[in-house]
Design a protein around this ligand. Structure first.
Ligand SMILES: [Fe+2]
Length: 213
């Protein structure tokens, strides 16, 4: 029995047009995300085998593969739900996402400042990576992270609530080498209801790190 399974898309392949075309969504979910799920499961099996045989020659590669594939699976699972064809705009209290809107202003000074930072963080990734808005439980504030691959350059314990995939597979078939254009277009499909739900859930888990009594 596999530990991880590929989640269904919450919409059809064409739901995010014209920001993301159906061919990208199909390949991205059915091939790329599926490969991370398989990679995570395969790596867990290989680690089990290593424990059984006490054969640790490949331990460094296996631990790296586990971090890579598992983080890829988790980020993509969030990514699909972070987007909707009826999304975009700014989060407003009138839409029931006032707590999130207040947290963004408090954490970044202004919505414009936040938007600018996340856009830049995603659009300037070197090689493959992500721009991420995360809840940081020690400060109780939101931070932006520029993630290398799927797992590098992140603070331990932070919870991703809005993720922008900046890998070439996320945009190249439609935007070619114009990564900045793709990231700027992404703001039109942000599902603020989903981001607000993730923010509320992350805040609920505030004491999970037990850094304070
Ligand atoms: Fe991706």
């Amino acid at each position: 029995m596999a530990t991880y399974t590929l989640p269904e898309l919450p919409y059809d392949y064409a739901a995010l047009e014209p920001v993301i075309n159906p061919q990208i969504i199909e390949l991205h979910h059915d091939k790329h995300h599926a490969a991370y799920v398989k990679g995570a499961n395969d790596t867990l099996e290989q680690l089990e085998e290593a424990r059984d045989k006490e054969a640790w020659g490949a331990i460094n590669g296996l631990q790296k593969n586990l971090a890579f594939h598992l983080s890829g699976h988790i980020l993509h699972s969030i990514y699909w739900h972070n987007m909707t064809g009826e999304g975009g705009g700014e989060p407003h209290a009138a839409d029931g996402v006032g707590d999130l809107a207040d947290a963004i202003t408090e954490s970044f000074g202004s919505y414009a400042g936040f938007k600018s930072q996340l856009t830049k963080a995603a659009a300037t990734t070197q090689g493959s990576g992500w721009g991420v808005l995360a809840y940081e439980p020690v400060s109780g504030k939101l931070i932006v992270e520029q993630v290398y691959d799927h797992q590098g350059n992140v603070g331990q314990g932070s919870v991703p609530i809005l993720v922008f995939d900046a890998w070439e597979h996320a945009f190249y078939l439609q935007y070619k080498n114009q990564k900045v254009d793709f990231i700027e277009a992404m703001w039109q499909v942000v599902n603020w209801q989903d981001v607000a739900k993730r923010y509320a859930a992350a805040k609920e888990r505030v004491n999970v790190l037990l850094l304070a009594p």
